[in-house]
Each structure stands twice: as structure tokens, then as C-alpha cells.
Design a protein around this ligand. Structure first.
Ligand code: NCD
Length: 316
């Protein structure tokens, strides 16, 4: 593998910044670190990650923290803005300027779409976007591609269905951008009101990536190699009556197991509400809990390559 110096000090703001070779390098690095994990236990010794979570999180924050700790680094931060000086009226810019003096990398999740970019402007240390409103969640997209690569053996020539809230769901935006680098077929399956955002579709069109949009969930299901379910993003709806109309439209049920491919994989960024019947959890095609492990793997690779000139130094 090439020296990954290209990622050193990089901000991770959008999945759009990664081309095919970048995604492949990060997958390879994730797998390499995983294979040699005992050699990497001190790789980030002396480095500090600040996790600033202005919105709720379980997997993203804990997998970033766990990745950092398992690589020998340290973590600081907050998981509730209410415990920080934001509560006293501090601006995001001032918070970032301050934290940039304490840490080597900042991981930020915020409800405002412009938050990660704004943080980038006020920080001289790398910023990693862990979710900016309904726009993007690039590291989730990268871990999803890693999971698909590892479980299916390829990221090309697959029928990938992104299902559910494609309007407000930020993970599907990042997944779609990343897949525009590969030769798979994308199916955007959503209620009419929650169709994939135009800015994502426009960007795919510019890259000549084909996609099919439909609300006919069960017609497409038998074709899919990757069934990527998502939660309807209740917190983004201005009108809860609108939410009530769509919340139960796409639910993967036990009966669906009979119509989906034998070797399909079922993913979900989690948390799930009721999109996947829990009886499906014991089906071998259900991979959403394994998917969370890929999160830690990919975040180790991202942290190591942002914080180290040679992320593979531990292997030497
Ligand atoms: C997602 C998120 O926060 O965007 N969760 C995650 O990071 N794994 C998905 C969601 O909240 O529905």
C-alpha cells in the first residue's frame, strides 16, 4: 500500500472528498490494523481526541472513543452540550478555538448543517464530521462501505438498496456519495415525501452514477444484495403529523426473509426504532450488529491516518 501520508492532518467533512483509491486505502488500512491489533496498542500514544457531541449518539461517539483508546490515545469532550459553556451562550466558533488548544483532533456532531465546516474554519487541528444535521455522516458511510466490502467481498456490481428516510437521513447521503466511486447499482427506496435530496442526486449525476428511485419496497427487495434500512428521522420533522404518516411505511418483516436473496446482507446504521422486526436479528443475513464493529475498525484507520504521517509505523 502507498504511504498514506495523503490523509495526514486532513479534515473529514464530506464523503464527497474521497475518491475510489482513498476509500480502498482506508479499507485496506482498517483491515491491516485489525489483523495486527496488538501491534497498534500504542500507535496514538500521547495524542488526544476531543469528542464534541451536541446531538445524541451511542455508536459513533463510543466507537470513536474506543478506537482512540485501543490505539493508545486519550479522549476528552462532552456528550451533551448542556454540560458545556454552550449553555452559557458560547458560540461554536469560540468552543472550537478553545478545544483546538487542548486536543490533536476534534470529532464533532451537531444539528446544524454548517457546523463541521464552521469548525474547520476556526480550528488548526483536524476536524472530523460525526454528523451535521441531516446532511452527512462521512465516517458512517466509510464504515458501511468497509462492512459491505468485507461481507460481500466487493463493492462493485452489487444491487444496493438505501431504504427509508432518504431526505433527512445523513448516513444514506454519505453512503450514496461513496458508492458513486464504484460500479454498483443504487436503489433509493423511500416514501414520496422522503425522497433522496436533490443535492445528492445532482452530485451523483455529475459523476455519471445511475440510480433508481422508487417507493415500491417489496418489488425491489428480491433484487438487492445490500438491504440498507434506516430510521425515519423524527427529530428533523417540523410537523409530527407528517412523521406519523410515514413512520411505519417500510418495515422489514419475517415474511420478507422468504423473498430476499440467500446471500443478501441487511444493514442499518442504528438506532432502529421499528424498521426491522427483531425476529430478523437471528437470521444470518442480519449484519447490523456486526456493522457496529466495523465502525471501530474504520475509525481506528481514520484516526491513525489523520494523526500520523505513517499510520503503519507500528508494523515496522
Ligand atoms: C445515525 C445518525 O446519527 O445519523 N446513527 C449513527 O450514527 N450510527 C442514524 C440515525 O440516527 O438514524
Amino acid at each position: 500500500m502507498d504511504i498514506l501520508e495523503k490523509f495526514y492532518n486532513m479534515d473529514v467533512i464530506s464523503a464527497k472528498q474521497f475518491k475510489r483509491s482513498d476509500v480502498e486505502d482506508l479499507i485496506e488500512l482498517s483491515l491491516k490494523i485489525e489483523k495486527n491489533k496488538e501491534k497498534f496498542t500504542n500507535a496514538l500514544h500521547g495524542k488526544v481526541m476531543a469528542a464534541l457531541f451536541f446531538e445524541p449518539s451511542t455508536r459513533t461517539r463510543l466507537s470513536f472513543e474506543s478506537a482512540m483508546l485501543r490505539l493508545g490515545g486519550s479522549v476528552t469532550g462532552f456528550s451533551e452540550a448542556g454540560t458545556s459553556s454552550v449553555k452559557k451562550g458560547e458560540t461554536l466558533a469560540d468552543t472550537i478555538r478553545t478545544v483546538a488548544n487542548y486536543a490533536d483532533v476534534i470529532v464533532i456532531r451537531h444539528s446544524k448543517e454548517g457546523a463541521a465546516k464552521l469548525a474547520q474554519q476556526f480550528s488548526d487541528i483536524p476536524i472530523i464530521n460525526a454528523g451535521n444535521g441531516s446532511q452527512e455522516h462521512p465516517t458512517q458511510g466509510l464504515l458501511d462501505v468497509l462492512a459491505i466490502h468485507d461481507l460481500k467481498g466487493t463493492v462493485d456490481n452489487l444491487n444496493v438498496g438505501l431504504i427509508g428516510d432518504l431526505k433527512y437521513g445523513r448516513t444514506v447521503h454519505s453512503v450514496a456519495h461513496l458508492f458513486s466511486n464504484f460500479k454498483s447499482n443504487l436503489y433509493f427506496i423511500s416514501p414520496e415525501q422522503l425522497k433522496m435530496q436533490y443535492r445528492v442526486k445532482d452530485s451523483l449525476t455529475l459523476k455519471n452514477t445511475n440510480f433508481v428511485e422508487t417507493s415500491n419496497f417489496r418489488e425491489i427487495l428480491p433484487k438487492l444484495d445490500v438491504i440498507y434500512m434506516t430510521r425515519i428521522q423524527k427529530e428533523r420533522f417540523a410537523d409530527l403529523e407528517e412523521y406519523a404518516k410515514v413512520k411505519d411505511m417500510f418495515i422489514l418483516t419475517e415474511d420478507d426473509l422468504k423473498i430476499i436473496k440467500e446471500d443478501a446482507i441487511i444493514l442499518h446504521p442504528l438506532p432502529r426504532v421499528n424498521e426491522i422486526d427483531p425476529v430478523i436479528d437471528s437470521d444470518p443475513r442480519a449484519k447490523y450488529f456486526e456493522q457496529t464493529y466495523y465502525g471501530m475498525m474504520m475509525r481506528k484507520a481514520i484516526l491513525a491516518s489523520v494523526l500520523l504521517k505513517d499510520p503503519l509505523e507500528s508494523l515496522k
